[in-house]
Design a protein around this ligand. Sequence first.
Ligand SMILES: [Zn+2]
Length: 280
Amino acid sequence: MHGMGRAATKLGAVLATALLAAGPQSVRAQDHAASASQAVSDNCTRSTFRIVVDVGHTLDVPGAMSARGVPEYSFNLQLAREIKQALVDAGFEQAVLLITGTAPWRGLFERAARANAMHADLFISIHHDSVPDNLKQIWEYAGQKNEFNDDYPGYAIFISNDNADRAGSLLFGSMLGHELERRNLHYTPHYTLALMGHRRRILVDADAGVYRYDQLIVLRATKMPAVLLEAGSIVNRQEELELATPERRSLTSAAIAAAVANFCAARARPPVVKAAISGH
Ligand SMILES: [Zn+2]
């Protein structure tokens, strides 16, 4: 410890000397560099930008069941916690986890009402996917009969055209899909298939995997841009194993943090173009 203290003092003295020797020119150069980086960056104030990370389902009504009998809620909770932490680490200190014990439908409206009351800037609902019952097969795992479907791995992003800010929802959904694809995660196209019946959806961004699902309560009752992310399929026996790893969770969390940073920056740009358009 003493040795380190001396070394630190010595280093401080060396730095001070270097700064004195460099003189005022170097200070101006530093100022110039700082203002240049400000000009090319954005006006997004991460510390005040509030993101609600909604944990899909509840402890008592836990959503889908994985191929190995683990309820969706526990996947959602673990991933959402890591997403919130990734956002805080990226400077989005106001990111909050939204957990409710209230069952649907009341619980769904409650989530939206809480996000609205918080005046959140962005709402992200975290889920893990399954398939309709008629597409499930039976297998035995750990002595139990479980249901699975190995055909449709991948994430899916949903937005609602009934959301108060549908343009913002689509913009964020597209940014998120691109960040996931950049990390070699791919969306599932199966929501466009006829076999999905009434669960068939319109693919509104075929590069990013953004679907339209107008009726989702948490998306249409929220007043801020809102998306629902199915992070992957837990009825897919291979993808379920991947989704349970820290590596996969960290890829998804990093994609969300990057997309939120892009979105906050896009929203913070001076509204010159927007004003010109709305003038007509
Ligand atoms: Zn779900």
